[in-house]
Design a protein around this ligand. Structure first.
Ligand SMILES: *Cc1c(COP(=O)(O)O)cnc(C)c1O
Length: 371
């Protein structure tokens, strides 16, 4: 059997940067709780994305949860959320006993449709916060979305879990809204095996997030708590992996772009194939190379043919408003996200792939058009 090709899997630096930082933590016995790697990882990431402050957390999901809390979202509050995303964008809304309203995508970006967002504001002017996602590492239409959100003076949380290394008009995704979050889960462009980060220009709020994330311990000799706490901090060992990975982020983005361009060149002219379009001003990290199919070859045909050759691929996210758990919530839109789900597909975009691996993938796919 051929060696398996993954969608997107961990890729440590050739230089072994990650181990150096981990070793320092071990040598000083600072493997937990916090320590230099955590502090430095926060600083280095904030600097990389151009944000004032950052809090290293146990996951991207935890970061979204505490961003919602920092935004004052609580019981019964409405939060707008893109429907075409991973469930981790929406789950924390429920953790806060708030109510999601799902917003459709547009075909130009596959991300939140500014038009649907405007209709949602007309229907629910009392909305407390808006979550924007940059899907598969391609940015949402931030000019239009921020203009609408500013007009309504609403808090914006950017779920940039998939878009570390993605810039929109020269500004890093995750820094347009009041809060931005990143994920270092195993399949993301860089990983700490598991982890997340919250960034904001508001240092006081970030300090508060760190407080909540360490069980909300008041300043007192005994254990004193005047607020609900969470155990959401990143460990000093994992932050060491993150510091090493951050050093190779630019290299990973370059490789992801190479993969995307390889596929586009080889598959872009096949009948019915359309790659996920980049927005004007978008400089994506191309986390996953995604496309839609409108001809006789269906996504399932491609996925099955690839699986036979031991190659991993995936459908596009199934929209939240048609998920059994979330379908009871409101949806504003007109079926774009469902169409993308029906016709869309993510190709293997693992940065460890060599040209020979990419050729293996495109040969299988091209074969389906020659039948
Ligand atoms: C991965 C991901 C998350 C969650 O991040 P975790 O670190 O796995 O909790 C949230 N939103 C999106 C869009 C993601 O892809």
């Amino acid at each position: 059997m051929n060696e398996r090709i993954f969608l997107s899997s961990p890729h440590m630096s050739d230089e072994g940067y990650e181990m150096q930082y981990i070793k320092e933590a071990f040598d000083t016995n600072w493997i937990a709780p916090l320590g230099e790697n955590v502090n430095e990882f926060e600083k280095e990431l904030a600097e990389k994305v151009g944000s004032k402050a950052a809090a290293a957390l146990s996951s991207g999901t935890a970061a979204i949860h505490l961003a919602l809390k920092a935004a004052g979202v609580g019981e019964g509050d409405i939060v707008f959320c893109p429907t075409l995303t991973f469930s981790a964008t929406a789950n924390p809304i429920i953790y806060q006993n708030a109510i999601p309203v799902f917003i459709d995508s547009d075909y130009q970006t596959w991300n939140m449709s500014p038009k649907a967002l405007e209709s949602a504001f007309e229907k629910y002017p009392e909305v407390k916060a808006v979550i924007v996602v940059h899907l598969y590492g391609l940015s949402a239409d931030m000019d239009k979305i921020m203009e609408i959100c500013k007009k309504h003076s609403v808090t914006v949380i950017e779920d940039a879990a998939e878009s570390l290394g993605t810039y929109y008009k020269g500004k890093h995704t995750g820094t347009f809204g009041d809060y931005g979050i990143f994920s270092f889960n195993g399949n993301k462009i860089i990983t700490t095996s598991g982890g997340g980060m919250l960034v904001s220009e508001n240092e006081e709020r970030v300090t508060k997030v760190r407080f909540w994330a360490t069980q909300s311990r008041d300043h007192a000799r005994h254990y004193q708590h005047s607020e609900l706490g969470f155990n959401y901090r990143m460990s000093n060992v994992l932050a060491g992996i993150g510091r090493g990975q951050l050093k190779v982020l630019d290299r990973r983005v370059k490789k992801k772009k190479y993969i995307y361009e390889f596929y586009k060149r080889e598959l872009g002219s096949l009948d019915g194939v359309k790659f996920m379009p980049a927005n004007d001003g978008d400089d994506p990290n191309y986390w996953l190379s995604c496309l839609t199919l409108s001809g006789t070859v269906r996504p399932i045909d491609v996925m099955e043919a690839l699986e036979k050759e031991n190659i991993e691929s995936r459908p596009i996210w199934k929209p939240m408003h048609i998920q059994p758990f979330f379908e009871k919530y409101e949806f504003v839109g007109c079926g774009v996200s469902e169409k993308l789900f029906e016709n869309g597909l993510c190709l293997p975009s693992d940065t460890k792939m060599a040209d020979g691996d990419l050729e293996r993938v495109v040969d299988v796919i091209k074969g389906l058009w020659m039948k």
